[in-house]
Design a protein around this ligand. Structure first.
Ligand code: CP
Ligand code: NVA
Length: 332
């Protein structure tokens, strides 16, 4: 694996061997962090973290990983820069590329991060777009490997809005790694046909299987992982809540579905999750629609089947691997 100077924009751009290599590097860096072994592989470098949407995990993962690698991060928040308002993406990219050794971008359309990458002259990392969230998938797959030992042949069922960043990226990741991906939702929430076709051609090479099933009991049978995400993503209008609640409630992850999958099955979620009434949005939705959870019950979220905080921790180790691999060609 030699990823020096490569962008990290979507998993479709990487071979299975490169993804495996990044996971191996992540595991090695995680071990070093746990044992207190220094790994300041990018000493003296600086990175820009551009966020046009809010974040807890991704921002913190990039900042802590940068510090561990010996780098200095600069955070640009959703309101604190000229991007898009007074300065084009291409101009911003050329400015940041003169000052920084790498740039993280979280925002809206995938074409924005692609344009940033085309103009920056330094590695650009996708920290979430509407279409893809590739660093999240690395963290999720590291977690799956830690639990089940390998990825190949494992069945991952994605419940809910499978046509957005998480459903799309998990489908691509599963196709690349020879897994069994199932999207479970009403038909209109399945990923778009163009992306499905791209994944099917990857699957031919890797032995992966892709299924699109509307019945939750059929879809989840034998699953190693049941995965879900919020029903309304960042940047979507409030007006879609009602429709999403009506259409996706049958796809909420419950203990019945976990048991239907089998005793081994783990629950995964990229977070943040709507599983109780301890948030402002949770309270508002409860007042308006009378529900106490959305995509997952509190019982499942808090159960010993749930590995959501392992995934959250692994964001940091995997993002560190992406930066070390693309900035200085780190491998194990
Ligand atoms: N999972 C994830 O990307 O979380 P943040 O939105 O907090 O970064
Ligand atoms: N689909 C969610 C993912 C958050 C990590 C969103 O885009 O808001």
């Amino acid at each position: 694996m030699n990823l020096t100077n490569k962008h990290f924009l979507k998993l479709l751009d990487f071979t299975p061997a490169e993804i495996e290599g990044l996971l191996n590097l992540s595991a090695d860096l995680k071990m070093k962090k746990k044992k207190g072994i220094p790994h300041r592989m990018c000493e003296g470098k600086s990175i820009a973290l551009v966020f046009e949407k809010t974040s807890t995990r991704t921002r913190c993962a990039f900042e802590v990983a940068a510090a561990d690698l010996g780098m200095h991060p600069t955070y640009l928040d959703p309101t604190g820069s000229q991007i898009g308002k007074k300065e084009s993406i291409a101009d911003t990219a050329r400015v940041l590329g003169r000052m920084f050794d790498g740039i993280e971008y979280r925002g809206f359309g995938q074409e924005i991060v692609e344009e940033l990458a085309a103009n920056a002259g330094v590695p650009v990392w996708n920290g979430l777009t509407n279409e893809f969230h590739p660093t999240q998938i690395l963290a999720d797959f590291l977690t799956v490997r830690e639990i089940f030992g390998s990825l190949k042949g494992k069945k991952l069922v994605y419940m809910g809005d499978a046509r957005y960043n998480m459903g799309n990226s998990l489908m691509v990741g599963c196709a690349k790694m020879g897994m069994h991906f199932v999207a479970c939702a009403p038909k209109k929430y399945f990923p778009n046909q163009e992306l499905i076709n791209a994944c099917l051609s990857v699957a031919k090479e890797t032995g992966a299987t892709l299924e699109f099933i509307e019945d939750p009991m059929v879809a989840t049978r034998g699953a190693h992982v049941i995965y879900t995400d919020v029903w309304v993503s960042m940047g979507e209008p409030d007006s879609v809540w009602q429709e999403r609640i009506e259409e996706l409630s049958p796809y909420r992850v419950t203990m019945e579905l976990m048991n239907n999958a089998g005793a081994e099955c783990r629950f995964m979620h990229c977070l943040p999750a709507f599983h109780d009434l301890k948030t402002t949005i949770g309270k508002q939705i409860h007042e308006k629609f009378g529900i106490t959870c959305m995509e997952v019950t509190d019982e499942v979220f808090e159960s010993d089947r749930s590995v959501v905080f392992d995934e959250a921790e692994n964001r940091m180790h995997t993002i560190k691997a992406v930066m070390a691999a693309t900035l200085v060609g780190a491998t194990v």
